[in-house]
Design a protein around this ligand. Sequence first.
Ligand SMILES: C[S@@+](CC[C@H](N)C(=O)[O-])C[C@H]1O[C@@H](n2cnc3c(N)ncnc32)[C@H](O)[C@@H]1O
Length: 215
Amino acid sequence: MEKNITTSEKNAYQAYKKYYIDRDYEQVDLFRLLRNEFNIASAVYPGSYIHISPSFIFPYVAYIDSDKDAIRFFKQGGLEEIVKRRKEYPEEPALEFHGTDYTTLIDAYQASFDLLISQYAGFVSGVCKPYLRDGGYLLVNNSHGDAGMASIDRDYQLVATLHRRSRKYQLSTASLADYFIPKKDIKVTRELLLERKKGIGYTKTAALYLFQKVR
Ligand SMILES: C[S@@+](CC[C@H](N)C(=O)[O-])C[C@H]1O[C@@H](n2cnc3c(N)ncnc32)[C@H](O)[C@@H]1O
C-alpha cells in the first residue's frame, strides 16, 4: 500500500487482503468481463461481507450484510479509500452498505440494479430478485444451492457460464441446455433445495452462472 493512508484504511485493507487478495478470490477480472460483455454499471450484493471488488469495476454498488465485522469495516470508512485507489472508471464511486438481513427488502432498491450477486450467502436469487431491473442479470454460484434454485425459477434464464482456467475467468455460452441436469434421478424442487442448503449434484457444472431476469 502507498504512504499517507489512514488507520481505518490500513485496517480495512488488511481485512480485505486476508479474505480476498491472499485467497486469490478478488474476482476483479470476472467483474470486468461482465461489464464489458453486458454493459453492467450497477450491482447489488446481498451477503457481501467485505468483498468490495465489484466497486473497482461498477460505479454504483450496494452491499448488504448483517455480519458485525462487515458492519464495522464499512462504518470505519477505509473500504471506500481502497475502492478509490483501484477503481477503473472516471466517476466517483457510489458505495452503499446496509448492515441488515437481506431478506428484509429495501423499497428504494426495487428494479434498480443491472446485476445481482449471489455467492456463498444462501438463497439470494429469489428474495432479492425485485432489486433487478427488467433484463438485469444474476451472477450466482451453487455453493449453497442458489444456482440450482435460479435454474428452476421461470423468471430467470441461463445466458452464460463462467469458468476459471489458469487463474482467469472465461465466459461461455456453449451447451447451456446441458447444465442443471441432476446426477441422480430426482425431481428438483424449491423445497428440496431449501432443505439441502448445499445444492445437489449435476452432470455438468461451472464455477459460476449468469442468468437474465426475463419477466
Ligand atoms: C461465506 S460469506 C460470503 C461473503 C461473500 N459473498 C464472498 O463470496 O466472499 C457469507 C456472508 O453472507 C452473510 N449473510 C448470510 N445470510 C445473510 C442474510 N440473511 N442477511 C445478510 N447477510 C447474510 C453473512 O453475514 C456472511 O458475511
